[in-house]
Design a protein around this ligand. Structure first.
Ligand code: DX5
Ligand code: ZN
Length: 215
């Protein structure tokens, strides 16, 4: 059974309390919070104050996906805001090992995310150190995009690598997850499904979350 992490990027920001209550009362496992800087990605979403408010509205883990340059500058701030998991992008971290160690030393679970064009094999020498690998199945920056089908091969490859290295790493897949493609994504090795539009834009979000849990 996969873990399900609704992405609040697709939620109604004017009704955040209700959206949090809905996820709290659902079978969802994590809150997925997308932070963007308008530099690494061509969009700006929300930042620390929203993470802080959402943190206070739930006891479920807050899974913060940083799509920002120089994430190390803000790791302590996100810890203070209540992030439980902090995921940084491979593409902006020339000293990734240092970033990962910093996140763990602050007491958070550490994740690394890769863009659709970034090969899984580039993570071979950091797999021992991370808790989560987030595979982007769309180009980061926007919700509601179409799942890139090549992601399936990348999930399989990562699963193989994790087995080979005998490490304890969760595979999180983010972008374009629907009720149609979720089963094959889990079947080939995903442990965590992030879903934005599929959950929040549905008429019955709680039922959709339940369907994603019980594929
Ligand atoms: C995109 C974000 C995703 C996004 C997913 O950059 O990382 O988490 O919210 O949204 P959907 O599920 O609508 O593709
Ligand atoms: Zn995300």
């Amino acid at each position: 059974m996969p873990l399900v992490a609704p992405s609040f990027l697709a939620s109604n920001f004017l009704r955040l309390q209700e959206e949090c209550d809905m996820v709290n009362n659902s079978e969802a496992d994590w809150f997925h919070l997308d932070v963007m800087d308008g530099r690494f990605v061509p969009n700006i979403s929300f930042g620390l104050p929203i993470v802080e408010h959402i943190r206070k509205a739930t006891s479920k883990p807050c899974d913060v996906h940083l799509m920002i340059e120089e994430p190390g500058k803000y790791a302590q701030d996100f810890k203070n805001a209540g992030a439980d998991h902090l995921t940084v992008h491979y593409e902006v971290c020339p000293h990734l090992h240092r970033n990962i160690e910093q996140i763990k030393s602050l007491g958070m679970k550490a994740g690394v995310a890769i863009n659709p064009h970034t090969p899984v094999l580039l993570l071979a020498d950091i797999l021992h150190d991370v808790d989560i690998v987030l595979i982007m199945s769309v180009n980061p920056g926007f919700g509601g995009q179409k799942f890139i089908s090549h992601t399936i091969d990348k999930i399989r490859e990562l699963k193989r690598l994790i087995k080979e290295k005998v490490v304890n790493v969760l595979i999180e897949v983010d972008g374009g997850i629907t009720l149609e493609n979720a089963a094959p994504v889990v079947h080939c090795g995903a442990d965590v499904l992030v879903a934005g539009n599929t959950v929040f834009k549905s008429d019955n979000p709680k039922a959709v979350i339940s369907k994603l849990k019980h594929l």
